[in-house]
Design a protein around this ligand. Structure first.
Ligand code: ADE
Length: 228
């Protein structure tokens, strides 16, 4: 079973949206598991302090190496081979290919950063792989972890009703998804393209392919580039 172990300073944010809809139903059906651990349980002193000012000066606070290291060591058995991810805007951008790999595996450890970051020595010392969900800065890694888990969970066998819907959508083909229509046939003077009502499946497949290519060219030419 896909097991997610999540380290955070904001445990109350979970399961949050992951407890709803597709991922929530799958959680209830035990198709995956979510363990949320409070980093502050390893905080120091009476105030359970987890952070301190950056060495060398500068704004903000950095999560201490000893605190996060202890939280990780407590969460992980030595033989635990799941990828250890640190959600960070500095990480490698998350793509569907990596999502597919993760979803096919045993699960993941997800560390949610806060403040200005985490002490670099924990990243090296515990082999954390930094992952970004996009070129913008969130106030913490929690929402990023939810995004990553949502993307993985829907690919776990049995989670999605129709098998095909996982592989026919945007990115799985390297293209954006073609436009979809349903009833009514005419709406506010706009009608469904005739080809989709023709019953000619070869023609429909060709139209969809061309539309997917057109949209990708217009919106995401980077996906078409050979070394994209
Ligand atoms: N934490 C803050 N911003 C982030 C981002 N863009 N991706 C992953 N984690 C983050």
């Amino acid at each position: 079973m896909f097991r997610a172990t999540l380290l955070t300073l904001m445990p109350d944010m979970f399961p949050g949206p992951l407890g709803q809809s597709l991922s929530g139903d799958a959680l209830a059906r035990e198709l995956w598991a979510l363990e949320v651990r409070d980093i502050r349980a390893h905080g120091l002193g009476r105030h359970r302090s987890v952070d301190d000012s950056p060495a060398g000066g500068g704004p903000g606070m950095v999560i201490r190496a000893d605190v996060l290291g202890a939280a990780l060591d407590d969460a992980l058995a030595p033989e635990d081979a799941r990828p250890r991810l640190l959600m960070s805007p500095r990480g490698k951008p998350l793509r569907q290919e990596r999502v597919r790999e993760l979803a096919a595996g045993e699960g993941a450890i997800l560390v949610c950063g806060r403040f200005e970051g985490v002490d670099e020595r924990v990243i090296a010392g515990r082999g954390l792989e930094e992952v970004s969900i996009g070129d913008y800065v969130l106030s913490g890694g929690e929402l990023a972890a939810m995004v990553l888990l949502d993307a993985c969970v829907r690919l776990i066998p049995g989670v999605m009703g129709k098998l095909a819907s996982g592989s026919e959508e945007s990115f799985e083909s390297g293209l954006l998804e073609y436009p979809q229509y349903t009833r009514p046939r005419d709406w506010e003077g706009r009608s469904i393209p005739d080809v989709l009502l023709s019953g000619d499946h070869a023609k429909i497949a060709r139209w969809r392919r061309e539309e997917a290519e057109r949209l990708t060219r217009e919106r995401r030419p980077d996906l078409l580039a050979p070394d994209g």
